[in-house]
Write a protein that binds this ligand. Structure first.
Ligand code: ADP
Length: 504
């Protein structure tokens, strides 16, 4: 039985895992880089061990140092979270070779699903629908032109080892083909040290819908419904929800079965996610399998009532799933907004610095998974995700209205964030109708219509002052902000909410 878990991660996901461990009565050890020595996850854990300089290649990506830390701490298991080493089969093997429990899937499954071509071949054996396209990498463009004509343009060139949208190129006509293949291949080679590329049909305006699965080491595998993650920017998800506004019972059942088959095809064990592209006629195609816990797992937890991290730990201990497919019921609707330290009005550029004041929303149906508190520093070295704000409602509309309410209560001063951007999306008629696609942001927010965050020094200073000095009266604050753009009112409004919240 696992008694102590080392968490090979940082930020909100490290805290999420620490919480699950504590609820299970397990002790935790965290690791931290130099810049994170005072981070929130370090304060939340039972024990913390420094693993090196701030750059992730010198710390959170150093499997050897992490295993050394696990041994030093007396941990008997390692949870990788997501990102960093979570999908590194070599690290999974190192963990097991060191006699520790790996809270994740078998390394062979990570390897197979990490290769998009191998994954396509594997799931097709069990008749899971894949996007029409090639089963092999392209070695000579001119020899495959006829085959591509049959698929029909536009097509998408993808890297077999791809991730994060790297090595992808849309090709609209045959004359662009050769140069696009070369460019995609060299990008893939430098990003993944693997230049293999292949071709898929480009699905115009697809929806991204994924299925959460849980699989134990006794051959049981169940699906926990879908999440729709179509609101993306440069292939990065910004808003996720469960269930999908598109899916009906029939689609859910078919996708669930396809996801379970995909998992079985690679001998999967633990929590995983099978991603699909879907069109508005409810056709769906396998995209890839993510062999780890997803950022957006909380929306599934909210609508199923299942704690996925606890399930991961039980599965890693060798327990049989306590749930059967018939036990899974979807109740209500949940939405997640990724709160990133980024400036949406400036191409979502990372915004670093110190969080000078911070207040989270709460109340009915609100869940905040955050990696920061007041005074936290947002360093340049890592992912800009600082918190995930989730709301649950009996209906989609209630979840949306709750999200708007929660966003308006959220106060973060000191760095730019995506809070204002999310408020705008929640009000957008197409979003409210559930009329979503992966092109939603480009289609509806062509640059200039993305609201500016509050970056005016004076207004920010007023907002911070309001957080600190509760004797400032609201009228004076409003005067300071007079003449400022609409969104600046919001900062002051939030600081007033904070002031009111102080109970004085
Ligand atoms: P990565 O692993 O690099 O993130 P994915 O295969 O998961 O790549 O695709 C990322 C995103 O790219 C998808 O969510 C979708 O928006 C888009 N995409 C991928 N394949 C296609 C396709 N065949 N047609 C249209 N869009 C696609």
């Amino acid at each position: 039985m696992i008694k102590k878990v080392l968490i090979a991660n940082r930020g909100e996901i490290a805290i999420r895992i620490i919480r699950a461990c504590h609820e299970l009565g397990l002790r935790t050890a965290a690791v931290f880089s130099d810049v994170d020595s005072n981070a929130f996850h370090v304060r939340m854990t039972d024990q913390a061990i420094g693993i090196g300089p701030s750059s992730s290649s010198e710390s959170y990506l150093r499997g050897d140092r992490i295993i050394e830390a696990a041994k030093k701490s007396g941990a008997d298991a390692i949870h990788p979270g997501y990102g960093f080493l979570a999908e590194n089969a070599g690290f999974a093997r190192m963990v097991m070779d060191a006699g520790l429990v790996w809270i994740g899937p078998p390394p062979e499954a990570i390897e197979l699903m990490g290769d998009k071509l191998a994954a396509r071949r594997s799931v097709q054996k069990l008749n899971v629908p894949v996007v029409p396209g090639f089963q092999k990498e392209i070695d000579d463009v001119n020899r495959v032109r006829d085959e591509i004509d049959k698929i029909g343009y536009p097509i998408l060139i993808k890297a077999a080892a791809g991730g994060g949208g790297k090595g992808m190129r849309i090709v609209k006509s045959p004359d662009e083909l050769e140069s696009a293949v070369k460019a995609a291949s060299s990008e893939a080679k430098s990003a993944f040290a693997d230049g293999r590329v292949y071709i898929e049909k480009y699905i115009p305006s697809p929806r991204h819908i994924e299925i959460q699965i849980l699989s134990d080491s006794h051959g049981n595998c169940i699906s926990l419904g879908e999440r729709e993650c179509s609101i993306q920017r440069r292939h990065q998800k910004l808003i996720e929800e469960a269930p999908s506004p598109l899916a009906d019972e029939t689609m859910r059942e078919k996708m669930g079965k396809a996801a379970v088959d995909a998992a079985r095809s690679c001998g999967y064990v633990n929590a995983g996610t099978v991603e699909f592209l879907a069109d508005n006629d409810r056709n769906f195609y396998f995209l890839e399998m993510n062999t780890r816990l997803q950022v957006e797992h909380p929306v599934t937890e909210l609508v199923t009532g299942i704690d996925l991290v606890k399930e991961q730990i039980r599965i890693a201990e060798g327990a049989e799933l306590s749930l059967r497919q018939n036990d899974i019921q979807i109740r209500g609707h949940a939405i997640e907004c990724r709160v990133c330290a980024e400036d949406p009005s400036n191409s979502f550029m990372p915004s670093t610095g110190q969080i000078r004041s911070y207040r989270e929303p709460s109340g009915p149906g609100v869940r905040v998974d955050s990696g920061v508190i007041e005074g936290s520093r947002v360093p340049i070295y890592y992912d800009p995700l600082i918190a995930k704000l989730c709301t649950w409602g009996g209906t989609r509309l209630e979840a949306i209205e709750r999200m708007k309410r929660a966003l308006s209560e959220y106060c973060i001063c000191g760095v730019s964030t995506t809070l204002g951007f999310h408020e705008t999306v929640m009000d957008h008629p197409a979003f409210r109708r559930g009329d979503l696609s992966t092109h939603f942001i480009e289609e509806h927010f062509g640059g200039s219509s993305i609201p500016a965050e509050d970056d005016d020094d004076i207004v920010e200073a007023a907002a911070v002052a309001a957080c600190i000095f509760d004797f400032l009266d609201s009228k004076r604050l409003a005067t300071v902000a007079m003449g400022a753009a609409g969104s600046r009112w919001k900062t002051v409004g939030r600081s007033e909410a904070l002031k009111r919240g102080s109970g004085k």
